[in-house]
Design a protein. Structure first.
Length: 510
């Protein structure tokens, strides 16, 4: 006799109630790193959660010569290695693997795309799919336009059902290339069928920023320049560039992290309440924030930005090489691995509040967080001696590695005298809900299947972000300010500390 486990009352309401229509998802670059580490494990977990519709199928498309069974073996190995849920449920896995097939596709050959179209038609007939297509570009960004135009040439972008395309960040290399990409995508697909994916927006805590602000009446009234002193956004990684030297040496920290992840976190922190949690309403408010950021030009760039490159050092007890010693990096490279900037949002809510953003490789730990620093009390009621151990109130939204929120406030120390000390109240997903937060790609893939673009980036948002970043990149290329250095395993160059020290502030140590 099988005894069912008692339901977890804390997990009530955590299951996604939305239902997707049957579709075929084509993963271009299906044998690559993104597909193996993220997409295939995410789809397996959606299958395990019974979130995939009946008849859903996946077609892997890449340059490798593989049979269907060989591709399924690759997928099985990757799911065993990288799925967030362990152990693997063999019954679910086998059912999912049966939905996979493979077509060899050279992105430069139209006949390969026509062969892909024949495969899709076969799956439509077999699985009773009404022509619904999702084309996922898990490929290097320079291939996006080629793939898009080949889909058009093979007439795979039209017909019965919906046709959607997913592209990964970065969306262009600068404003000019971003506009060219948008023009190509919109030539072949309508804008509401273009899903620009930034996996940060799929993280639970990133989404919880909006819930924290707009579902709790005690926080939103203080979320403004009257009470908030400053905002710090940190995106720190302890790893180097791994095997991405050829890409990273063209991109750098500003293009790789700040232009997308960093500015996305700014918009969610600073946006006004949308009329409803719907795609256009949410994305309209985010674009308003980007357009309200005061542009950095001329001397402002030298005074308000920092860029630096890591040299050899120690990270987590291991000696690591400097950036210029990494594989596929030019020995005289001027690419930054650390970027920091101070920006102001010129609107009623945030006037005068500095937003500090920093992102870097080979820092002491992996952490992404938003720190809302409040102003000090206007009057020291308890005297300076009693308050000397008290920091200003702060709210920290932790996005990775442990997702959660903490609130710092002053409390009386248990003693005969009157002494106040800062204490922290913590919320963590694992301890509160007793379930592991889903991977970002699980949420975003399901949203794409359902047709909900709320957490995806719109074209005007991409262009607004590049409009801010391009002048900074131009100045940095001319050594204004000069490229600094920092030892691997430290929190960045001295100039980053000086950026805040000039304002009478200092970086929060995560």
């Amino acid at each position: 006799m099988t005894v069912e486990a008692a339901p977890n009352p804390l997990a009530e309401g955590l299951h996604d109630y939305r239902v997707a229509d049957p579709a075929v998802m084509v993963i271009f670059g299906a044998t690559g790193d993104l597909s193996g580490r993220k997409l295939l494990p995410a789809l397996y977990n959606l299958a395990k959660q019974r979130s995939l519709p009946a008849g859903f199928a996946v077609v892997g498309a890449a340059m490798d010569e593989l049979t269907d069974d060989a591709f399924r073996k690759v997928a099985s190995d990757k799911i065993h290695a990288f799925s967030r849920t362990q152990p693997i449920d063999d019954r679910v896995l086998q059912a999912f693997l049966a939905s996979l097939s493979y077509v060899k596709v050279d992105f430069g050959k139209l006949e390969d795309f026509k062969a892909l179209g024949q495969k899709l038609q076969e799956l439509d007939n077999t699985n009773h799919i009404p022509g619904n297509r999702i084309f996922y570009c898990a490929t290097p960004p320079p291939t996006y336009q080629t793939i898009t135009l080949q889909l058009q040439a093979a007439a795979l972008n039209a017909g019965n059902g919906f046709h959607r395309i997913v592209v990964e960040k970065p969306f262009g290399f600068d404003l000019k290339s971003a506009r060219e990409l948008t023009q190509t995508l919109q030539k072949v697909f309508p804008e509401d069928s273009v899903y620009r994916i930034d996996h940060y927006l799929g993280k639970e805590t990133v989404q919880n920023i909006l819930a924290f602000r707009f579902a709790n009446s005690i926080f939103e009234p203080v979320w403004n320049s009257s009470l908030i002193d400053s905002v710090q956004i940190t995106v720190a990684e302890d790893i180097g560039i791994e095997n991405r030297g050829s890409y990273y040496d063209r991109a750098g920290a500003m293009r790789d992290i700040v232009q997308n992840h960093g500015l996305q976190l700014v918009t969610l922190t600073a946006m006004e309440p949308p009329l409803a949690f719907q795609a256009n309403e949410v994305r309209d408010e985010k674009v308003k924030v980007l357009r309200a950021i005061r542009p950095l030009i001329g001397e402002d760039i030298e005074q308000s930005t920092v860029h630096a490159q890591y040299t050899k050092g120690w990270v987590l007890g291991e000696q690591v090489p400097g950036y210029r010693e990494e594989k596929n990096v030019a020995p005289d490279s001027q690419t930054e691995t650390f970027a920091a900037m101070r920006v102001f949002i010129d609107n009623w809510r945030w006037a005068g509040v500095p937003f500090y953003i920093r992102a870097g490789k080979r820092l002491p730990k992996r952490v992404t967080e938003i720190r809302i620093q409040f102003k000090r009390p206007p009057h020291l009621t308890f005297g300076r001696e009693a308050m000397k151990e008290v920091d200003p109130n702060a709210i920290t939204l932790r996005i990775q590695p442990e997702e959660g929120i903490s609130l710092k406030f002053g409390a009386k120390v248990p003693s005969a005298g009157l002494r106040i000390r800062s204490v922290t109240m913590d919320f963590q997903y694992m301890t509160s809900f007793l379930v592991e937060a889903p991977e970002a790609y699980e949420r975003l893939l399901l949203d794409c299947m359902i047709g909900d673009p709320t957490l995806f980036t719109r074209a005007d948002e991409v262009e607004a972000a590049w409009t801010l970043v391009d002048p900074i990149e131009d100045a940095w290329r001319n050594a204004r300010p000069p490229l600094g250095t920092y030892a691997a395993g430290t929190w960045g160059p001295p100039a980053a500390e000086a950026l805040l020290r000039a304002d009478g502030r200092e970086w929060h140590r995560p």
